[in-house]
Design a protein around this ligand. Structure first.
Ligand code: SDX
Length: 431
């Protein structure tokens, strides 16, 4: 935390209160209100946290006005173009790009933690086959705290490190197993001779009946999708992980809470909802009907994959994914995919419509990702699980940053109470 060089004065009735102001290395100044209630006897009120900084962090910076996303200072388009997911994981976890030796050691550690405890396979078999993979993943990730007791003590830096590597390494295996279980195919074990993305593709699409050759184009596209979803400041699921972790709960339980939060259609579930919307629109000529519905105050319908709490410009991840969609679909020979045509025309129409322009609603990370994932062979139900897999490193990095802060306190917000004031119990015969 930087020192406060200036302050703001809050005046309530005839009392004035000085609120220290801290200036960040990038982004808006913050008002320190930690002592406000003790000094002024009032709470601040910000239900959606639209104007609230919940922590100080050095991991990810977003400039919503410019449409800029930096991980430890490096712009997402450069990382997506020049780096790869495990190198970005190292950067998010440890703060700097690794040397060749550091990267080799990190990749070795992750590779040798990809298998899960054999008995966990039984856990999958308790679910119905038609369970949503996110329901399975939420359960299995939480259950990891029942299998990996030697990395649940958050006060031990070594156990925190082991839990971090285990989660990053095992999420692809768990997500692939959830997929295999829902399609009635046998689980496929990870292989140590494959890179992270190739391993995941093989665990999803290989069958015992024949050899599976990883398509390098798909592996590169998969790795890029992982990278683009790795972390995103204090979004809803990351804030969930931080709040859960503030009680000292073990990392597996906290990450399971993040998975659960990500599932919502307003958050990570939007990629599935967006593809289902594009499919419902079906053809370009029906776009005006859906644009009208999105603008209709009386219609709860929203353009999925559009809008963002922070970005009031194009989400830079959507820009990279749009380019990727063109490349991957062309390389797969499905460049005239009707859904991609509908998506591009929908984007063009919306960005020329005053409603979306005035409200600064642009495509976000979820608008194009589903088109790529579907072209790669994933069903829509696997889109959010892949988002959860990718975001695990972000949740873990933010968790480690918070847990290792000696000033960490349990998160305990207050409220604006508007319920009944004190009243006596009324016996049932008198009601
Ligand atoms: C992710 O936070 C993160 O960083 C999340 C994420 C990450 O990487 O972790 O980036 C991932 O969750 C991306 C967002 C995915 N969700 C969607 O695509 C769902 C559709 N989008 C919306 O539901 C909405 O835009 C949110 C939830 C993303 C943002 O909501 P906000 O910031 O609370 O904004 P809002 O709901 O107050 O909307 C502001 C106005 C409203 O109109 P008014 O009430 O002011 O008249 O814009 C309208 C909204 O009705 N609006 C939309 C719209 N999104 C907002 N209208 C039509 N279609 C939309 N998609």
């Amino acid at each position: 935390m930087t020192d406060s060089k200036k302050s703001a004065t809050l005046t309530i009735d005839d009392a004035s209160f000085d609120l220290p102001i801290y200036s960040p290395t990038a982004g808006p100044d913050v008002l320190d209100i930690r002592k406000l209630y003790a000094q002024a006897g009032v709470f601040t009120y910000d239900p959606g946290f639209t104007s609230t900084a919940s922590c100080d962090s050095t991991i990810t910076f977003i400039d919503g006005g410019k449409g800029e996303l930096l991980h430890r200072g490096y712009p997402i388009d450069q990382l997506a173009g020049k780096s790869h997911y495990l190198e970005v994981c190292y950067l998010l976890l440890y703060g700097e790009l690794p040397s060749a030796t550091e990267l080799e050691d990190f990749e070795e550690r992750v590779t040798h933690h990809t298998m899960i405890h054999e008995q966990m396979a039984n856990f999958f078999r308790g679910f119905r086959r038609d369970a949503h993979p996110m329901a399975i993943i939420t359960g299995v990730v939480g259950a990891m705290s029942a299998f990996y007791h030697d990395s649940t003590d958050v006060s031990d830096p070594w156990q925190r490190e082991v839990a971090s590597i285990r989660l990053i390494a095992k999420m692809p295996t768990i997500v692939a197993m959830a997929y295999k279980y829902t399609i009635g195919q046998p689980f496929v074990y990870p292989r140590n001779d494959l890179d992270y993305a190739s391993n995941f593709l093989r665990m999803c699409f290989a069958v015992p009946a024949e050899e599976y050759e990883v398509n390098p184009i798909l592996a590169r596209a998969m790795d890029r999708i992982f990278t683009l979803h790795a972390d995103h400041e204090q979004n809803a699921s990351t804030s969930t992980v931080r709040l859960a972790s503030s009680s000292g709960a073990n990392p597996f339980a906290c990450i399971a809470a993040g998975v659960a939060c990500l599932w919502g259609p307003a958050h990570g579930g939007a990629n599935q909802a967006c593809l289902e919307m594009l499919r419902e629109i079906g053809t370009v000529d029906r776009i005006p009907e859906f644009i009208a519905r999105a603008k209709d105050k009386d219609d709860p319908f929203r353009l999925m994959g559009f809008g963002h709490r922070v970005y009031k410009n194009v989400d830079p991840r959507a820009t990279v994914l749009k380019q990727s969609a063109d490349e991957v679909l062309e390389l797969l020979g499905v460049e005239n995919n009707p859904l991609l045509q509908v998506a591009k025309e929908l984007e063009r129409t919306a960005l020329n419509d005053p409603y979306f322009v005035e409200k600064k609603l642009f495509p976000n990370v979820d608008f194009y990702s589903g088109i790529i994932l579907e072209a790669m062979g994933f069903p829509t139900s696997m889109f959010t699980p892949i988002f959860a897999l990718s975001r695990t490193v972000g949740w873990i990095s933010q968790w480690k940053e918070m847990i290792s802060d000696p000033g960490m306190k349990i998160g305990r917000p207050r409220q604006l109470y508007t319920g009944a004031t004190l009243r006596d119990y009324v016996d049932i015969e008198n009601r």
